[in-house]
Design a protein around this ligand. Structure first.
Ligand SMILES: [Fe+2]
Ligand SMILES: [Fe+2]
Length: 304
C-alpha cells in the first residue's frame, strides 16, 4: 500500500479579505501573507502537487497533515474543499485530512467547528465507539485501510497572536489510548497524523511557534506501540527522525508545504510517499517541484 503525504496546503484564497474582517488576530496573519516576499504559497505549486499525486496510479491513499487555510475564513475552507474535490479529485474515502493551527486561527473558527463543517467527509470515523470518550470533537478518528489503521488527531487550538504551538489535550489522549487498544487498530500498522512536529524547540521563541505542548504526555500513550508511522507538517520542511517507545519505535516523518515557493530546495513544494505492508514501513520517497515549477524531482529528507 502506498500513502502520499501532503501538508500545509495554505490555499491561496485571501485576495478578497478586507481589513475590516481582520480586526483581530487575523491582522497579524494578513500582514504576514501580504508582506512576505520570496517565500510564498502559490496556487500553481499546489495544483502541480495535486496533478502529480493524481497521475500516480500506485497511490492508494493521501493524507494531509493540516494548515489547509491561512486565516480559517469560510472562503478559505471553501477553497480547500474545492481543491480536494476538483484538483486532487480522489474519492473522500481515499483522502484523510486533519487540521493545523491555521485552521483554528480564531476562537470563532474553532468553536464553530469550521474545519469539521467543511471537511468532515475527509475525516470520517470507522470506529466511532472507540472515540466515545471525546464526543464533543471529531478527534481522534480512525480509518481502516487494508494493512493500515490511520488515526487522525488534532493539535490545532486557538492561541493568542504570535503563538502557534499546539496540543492534543487530555480528552483526546484518553480517547487515543482506547483507540490504540482496539483490535481493529492493534492488529494493523498504525499511521498517526498530527500537525505539530515531534521535536523539542531549541528556544522559548521557537517553542511559542512550533511546540507540541503536551508532547511528553502524548508519548506515554504512544508507548504501547511497537511500530508505526507518526506524520506531521507545520515546519514546512522535509524531515525524518525516530521516536523510541517502551515497546519499539515509530518512524516520524514531516512533509513540507505543498504550496511553498522559495529558493531553499529543502523546503520547496512537494510531497512524500510511503510504502507500507504487513511488515511495516518498507519504503520512503520524497519529491519536490523543480526551480522552474515545471516538474517533480526526487528530494532528500533531512534526518534530524
Ligand atoms: Fe503551515
Ligand atoms: Fe502550522
Amino acid at each position: 500500500m502506498k500513502i502520499a503525504h501532503l501538508s500545509d496546503l495554505h490555499v491561496p484564497a485571501w485576495q478578497g479579505v478586507t481589513l475590516e474582517r481582520c480586526l483581530n488576530k487575523r491582522l497579524t496573519g494578513l500582514a504576514n501573507l501580504r508582506l512576505r516576499r520570496g517565500h510564498e504559497h502559490e496556487g500553481y505549486a499546489l495544483s502541480a502537487v495535486a496533478r502529480a499525486v493524481r497521475e500516480r496510479a500506485d497511490i492508494d491513499h493521501v493524507v494531509v497533515t493540516g494548515d489547509l487555510t491561512n486565516l480559517a475564513l469560510e472562503e478559505e475552507f471553501e477553497a480547500a474543499r474545492r481543491f480536494l474535490a476538483e484538483e486532487l479529485a480522489l474519492d473522500p474515502s481515499r483522502v484523510t485530512v486533519i487540521p493545523g493551527n491555521h485552521d483554528a486561527y480564531t476562537r470563532g473558527a474553532y468553536e464553530s467547528r469550521r474545519f469539521e463543517r467543511y471537511l468532515s467527509s475527509y475525516a470520517t470515523n470507522d470506529l466511532p465507539g472507540a472515540s466515545a470518550m471525546h464526543e464533543e470533537r471529531a478527534f481522534p478518528f480512525v480509518r481502516i485501510r487494508g494493512p493500515v489503521a490511520i488515526v487522525g488527531l488534532s493539535t490545532a487550538v486557538p492561541r493568542p497572536p504570535l503563538v502557534a504551538s499546539g496540543e492534543v489535550g487530555a480528552l483526546q489522549r484518553a480517547a487515543l489510548h482506547a483507540v490504540l487498544a482496539h483490535s481493529e487498530v492493534s492488529s494493523r500498522f498504525p499511521v498517526i497524523l498530527i500537525h505539530h512536529p515531534w521535536h523539542r524547540p531549541p528556544s522559548l521563541k521557537k517553542a511559542m511557534l512550533d511546540a507540541l505542548d503536551d508532547r511528553d504526555e502524548l508519548k506515554e500513550v504512544l508507548d504501547v506501540l511497537p511500530r508505526g508511522l507518526l506524520l506531521h507538517g507545520h515546519l514546512h520542511r522535509r524531515m525524518r527522525r525516530t521516536l523510541g517507545t517502551a515497546r519499539g519505535k515509530l518512524d516520524v516523518l514531516g512533509a513540507t508545504s505543498a504550496s511553498l515557493v522559495c529558493d531553499d530546495p529543502d523546503r520547496r513544494a512537494g510531497f512524500n510517499v510511503y510504502e507500507v505492508d504487513e511488515r511495516g514501513l518498507v519504503g520512503v520517497e520524497s519529491f519536490r517541484l523543480d526551480a522552474q515549477g515545471a516538474r517533480f524531482e526526487p528530494a532528500a529528507i533531512v534526518a534530524t
